[in-house]
Design a protein around this ligand. Structure first.
Ligand code: ADP
Ligand code: AMP
Length: 217
């Protein structure tokens, strides 16, 4: 199964992706995670991306398309399928993705669109914290680890908040993504691939809706 998960920053894509990956065994390809990894390793690409990410702007398409193309060509994607998270984010990236997938003989099965009222996003993003060891995502109010200070998934006690999850960049990120995502959704709706899921409920309720959709594919 090959799928995209779409939704504004903070909508809950990564949270639902964790469940989809563990249930369906697909490879999680998050461009945001790839950029954060590259920034941590201080690679050339990471340094280039940082300048945009720190301002809440999108990394240029040629850089983003390049890293996705390289990742999709790996054997595990063909064997297990892919869940793309945070990509495509511009209509040009969507066109590039269609071409890459056609070249690789991969078919897109579904586009999950996590639909939320933008007014909730600041609260979701400002409460987000992440396990530094395994990347599991939590929230200060909505999703605390079962044992305080200990990651449910890997037992680490080391958590961090994303540098770009600050009030200065959040508004820019939401604004840019709202504008850019509309034509992408239209494109995939025309292909009959979009399944809308309300992202306004509890995490577990949304997981149930996502599972219902995916089990029908
Ligand atoms: P995205 O990947 O779309 O940016 P995340 O999955 O990281 O979003 O979720 C953003 C924050 O909101 C995280 O702290 C997460 O724990 C929390 N969250 C995710 N889904 C929900 C939900 N349905 N209700 C409340 N909080 C949520
Ligand atoms: P995310 O983890 O998806 O919230 O992404 C974090 C940041 O990485 C975004 O605000 C962008 O600056 C950058 N980024 C992630 N994915 C893309 C993409 N597909 N195109 C351009 N920039 C991206």
């Amino acid at each position: 199964m090959n799928l995209l998960i779409m939704g504004l920053p903070g909508a809950g894509k990564g949270t639902q992706a964790e469940m989809i990956v563990s249930e369906y065994g697909v490879m999680h390809v998050s461009t945001g995670d790839m950029f954060r990894e590259a920034m941590k390793d201080e690679t050339e690409m990471g340094k280039q991306a940082k300048a945009f990410i720190d301002k809440g702007e999108l990394v240029p398409d040629e850089v983003t398309n390049g890293i996705v193309k390289e990742r999709l060509a790996k054997a595990d994607i063909r064997e297990k399928g892919v869940l793309l998270d945070g990509y495509p984010r511009t209509i040009e990236q969507a066109a590039a993705l269609d071409e890459m997938m056609a070249d690789l003989g991969l078919k897109l099965d579904v586009v999950l669109n996590i639909d939320v009222d933008p007014s909730i996003l600041v609260e979701r993003i400002s409460g987000r914290f992440i396990c530094r060891n395994c990347g599991a995502t939590y929230h200060k109010l909505n999703k605390l680890p079962k044992v305080e200070g200990v990651c449910d998934v890997c037992g680490s006690r080391d958590f961090y908040q994303r540098a770009d999850d600050n009030p200065e960049t959040v508004a820019t990120r939401i604004d840019i993504n709202e504008k850019q995502s509309a034509p992408i959704l239209t494109h995939y709706r025309e292909l009959g691939l979009v399944k809308d899921v309300s992202g306004m409920g509890k995490i577990d309720e949304i997981k149930t809706s996502v599972k219902e959709i995916l089990s029908a594919i």
